[in-house]
Design a protein around this ligand. Structure first.
Ligand code: HEC
Length: 110
């Protein structure tokens, strides 16, 4: 009788642990999806490439390959939000985390 009880407890424990493990995996997947959504290079391709070029080399807009030497992250955020001088504003089109990811990436280009 005692052995049966022990086996029961072990089964319950194993099931419990498996369930917890699955939950952990799910959370990790969700986090990865968010990261992909805010991939700055993808956002750039969607919104900026037409004027700043596929290599950031410029075209209708200026070359921004080394924009981090000229502008801080905060200045880049402001520029993307407000536009100006021929560049449209993206305040509405981009979510806050997309804007931030984009500006962080550009500010790091030196
Ligand atoms: C319709 C064309 C167009 C699009 C689309 C566009 N830009 Fe621009 N961008 C410009 C122009 C033109 C300027 C130069 C404005 C000026 O002389 O003040 C500029 C300037 C900039 C600057 C400042 C560069 C500097 O050296 O001062 C940054 C940074 C920038 N754009 C980033 C972006 C990003 C990021 C996107 C996408 C979210 C984007 N741009 C989309 C046309 C565009």
């Amino acid at each position: 009788m005692k052995i049966r009880l022990l086996i029961m407890i072990m089964i319950v424990l194993t099931l419990g642990l498996t369930a917890c493990g699955n939950n952990g995996n799910k959370k990790q997947n969700d986090a990865q999806t968010t990261a992909v959504n805010a991939d700055p290079q993808k956002i750039y391709q969607n919104f900026c490439i037409s004027c700043h070029g596929n290599q950031l080399q410029g075209g209708e807009g200026p070359n921004i390959q080394k924009v981090g030497e000229r502008l801080t992250e905060a200045e880049i955020i402001k520029r993307i939000q407000k536009g100006g001088g021929g560049m449209p504003p993206f305040q509405v089109a981009l979510k806050e985390e997309e804007l931030k990811a984009l500006a962080t990436w550009l500010a790091g280009l030196k």
